[in-house]
Design a protein around this ligand. Structure first.
Ligand SMILES: [Zn+2]
Length: 376
């Protein structure tokens, strides 16, 4: 049911945004007109009169208003199938940025628009050149021991720097994030920044806020490269740190996972709910009796590439599981062998969990879309 716990606003790009329970939706003009009037407790008769002023709605009636509320608006309030900005399941709050604004504010200068784009592209090029020039280091990485131990702490540090980047970028556009929190994405522990008000920004502002985390990580890369050429004794450790940081950056830019790259992609193309649309399109392709869903070309292309990409990942995982099946069971036979192969066994178990989680996610979203189809 529609309660009064919502915000309905118009952003700088004349899009209408509905915020309910910390989730945001792009809605049409009619929904905007109805909800902004409900919020002000304007009577149904007056709402109907106002709607009649919109082209194509001249014959609007109270009955149609009730139907509209039931079919178009109530589902938004009960929505299960939405493109939540925050796919991380929250466990606890790490920092409330509003309490520490003074500490961050000097960093806002880094988001001066011309400087931002120049520095972003320059650093991406420098990082790529560095990898290219030092490829031979990858052959030595299997021999790293103590370095892997330090990399855990570095990983935590990087995650914090990344979120700080989002926070400072949003402060640049006068949005104060609710919190930096810790939670789980898929099966992985992760940090996130709660940016429910990001919908108020225009397209390019949104893109910069979404790239803010990667931007800060690129500065870390630059520092690591400097140290790499300066400190001869720590080359292995610094190269490992660089690889981890750059790996996370590339992973984040990939538009097929729901990380920063996905949001940039869907903002640049101005397609909200891109993933949900792609999923619905893919499901309509494999349904035997149903009709094919009509979508704009870019959603179809994204959907197909997404499917191919996930299939590729799935094949890699399956291949790994099958090829290592024998070895895994040989190594868990004795305690001694378990103790000596802990890293290998842990890797195998995590891969197994990941495989099950992907199958579960696929089956779950298939049924969710089917259920939604039946309701409509
Ligand atoms: Zn991010």
């Amino acid at each position: 049911m529609i309660n009064n716990n919502f915000q309905i606003t118009k952003n700088k790009e004349n899009q209408f945004i509905l915020e309910i329970n910390e989730k945001s939706f792009l809605v049409g003009e009619v929904v905007y007109m109805i909800l902004s009037r409900i919020k002000k407790s304007i009577s149904e008769d007056e709402i109907v009169d106002d709607i009649k002023g919109i082209k194509g709605y001249e014959n609007f009636t109270i009955l149609k208003l009730h139907q509209f509320l039931e079919n178009e608006i109530t589902p938004l309030f009960n929505s299960q199938l939405n493109d939540s900005k925050n796919p991380v399941k929250k466990i606890f709050t790490v920092i409330k940025p509003e309490k520490h604004l003074n500490y961050f504010s000097f960093l806002i200068k880094l988001f001066h628009l011309n400087f931002f784009w120049t520095a972003f592209i320059f650093q991406l090029v420098i990082s790529s050149l560095f990898i290219y020039k030092n490829l031979s280091f990858y052959n030595q990485m299997a021999e790293f021991k103590i370095e892997w131990f330090f990399s855990f702490f570095f990983l935590v540090f990087i995650m914090l720097i990344h979120e700080l980047g989002h926070v400072v970028a949003s402060l640049k556009f006068k949005i104060i994030p609710k919190e930096i929190g810790f939670g789980f994405y898929f099966i992985y522990p992760a940090l996130y920044t709660n940016l429910t008000q990001i919908w108020k920004l225009n397209k390019f502002e949104k893109v910069i806020v979404n790239l803010g985390g990667i931007y800060f990580q690129l500065f870390i890369n630059l520092i690591l490269i400097g140290l790499f050429y300066w400190l001869n004794d720590y080359k292995n450790l610094l190269f490992l740190f660089f690889t981890i940081n750059f790996g996370i950056i590339l992973f984040n830019l990939n538009p097929f996972f729901k990380f920063d790259g996905y949001w940039v992609f869907s903002d640049v193309l101005k397609i909200p709910n891109l993933r949900a649309k792609a999923n619905a399109y893919l499901v309509s392709l494999i349904k035997l009796n149903g009709s094919r869903k009509n979508e704009i070309v870019i959603v179809k292309v994204y959907a197909v590439l997404y499917f191919v990409f996930m299939l590729f990942i799935w094949c890699l995982i399956t291949k790994y599981i099958v090829l290592n099946f024998d070895i895994f069971f040989k190594r868990i036979k004795t305690f001694h062998s378990i103790k000596n192969n802990l890293d290998y066994l842990l890797g195998y178990v995590i891969t197994l969990i990941l495989a099950f989680r992907i199958v579960y996610g696929f089956v779950f979203s298939y049924y969710k879309i089917r259920k939604n189809d039946k309701r409509n």
